[in-house]
Write a protein that binds this ligand. Structure first.
Ligand code: 0O2
Length: 230
């Protein structure tokens, strides 16, 4: 089965008239196909998280400092995958989804300093089994609303019993200040059902500038402190 069909996956839990044995078999097959499809993403997510954990531990042991402040991860729900597929007008087919939706497995890392973002991105993208599929640098070029973050789509091999799957993972890396701004903006965006009043949009834009100048100041301080220590 190569199609993502949530109506089949959910058939067992729907109330209503009893289902036929054929419908039941279809539901079981649909659920199995979905689990198999998502399993590769869970594997890729775990692999990337292990790479990040190793780097964090090594930094703490060797340098008494880690560029990684916090790591979070999530798997996109089948419902959100479906919503994105429909929004983009894509076919509800697993191969099409694999080739077009890159944020099914997602990781977010927060760092203290802007330079840490690039240090970390270089360390991960230079690993031999990691392929870079896409880079969106909203730190160098913030979005018009002020959003800043480095977005990478990385592909890692997942070794299964009979094949190797190259699976994409979305990695967002940003400073604590950028993350603070993004999480508030996200909440406001949904509170106003994506139609935020103009004065709030303008204030958020200003807040992004304040966050950015804090980041720049911290980076300068860090450079100065480091130069005094050597
Ligand atoms: P969620 O729930 O965070 O996963 P694409 O994902 O490629 O279809 P796009 O916009 O081209 O869509 O991708 P992009 O620019 O890489 O942004 C994707 C994700 O970045 C979003 O995921 C957000 O997590 C985050 N993001 C992008 N722009 C903004 C922004 O202006 N404000 C905030 N707070 N976050 C942003 P999703 O899919 O929206 O949802």
């Amino acid at each position: 089965m190569s199609r993502l069909d949530l109506s089949l996956v959910e058939i067992e839990v729907r109330s209503g008239p009893p289902i036929t044995s054929e419908q039941f078999a279809q539901a079981v097959a649909a659920r199995k196909a979905l689990s198999r499809f998502l399993m590769g993403y869970r594997g890729a997510l775990e692999e990337m998280l292990t790479k990040i954990k190793i780097l964090k531990e090594e930094f703490e042991i060797v340098h008494d400092y880690s560029p990684i402040e916090h790591v979070s991860s999530r798997m996109k729900s089948p419902e959100s995958i479906m919503a994105k597929v429909d929004l983009r007008g894509l076919e509800r087919d697993f191969t099409v989804i694999r080739g077009n939706i890159f944020d099914i497995a997602g990781i977010r890392i927060t760092c203290s300093f802007i330079s840490d973002i690039y240090t970390l991105a270089d360390m991960l993208t230079n690993q031999k089994d990691v392929e870079v599929l896409q880079v969106k640098d909203y730190v160098a070029e913030p979005k018009p609303n002020g959003y800043q973050s480095l977005h990478l789509i990385l592909s890692v091999p997942v070794f299964l019993s009979d094949r190797v799957e190259e699976v994409p993972v979305e990695l967002q890396i940003r400073t604590v200040a950028m993350d603070f701004w993004a999480s508030l903006e996200h909440k406001i965006y949904y509170k106003f059902d994506k139609d935020v009043p103009a004065h709030i949009v303008a204030e958020l834009r200003q807040a992004a500038e304040v966050a950015n100048s804090l980041d720049q100041k911290m980076e300068r301080l860090r450079t100065e402190v480091n130069s005094l220590q050597t």
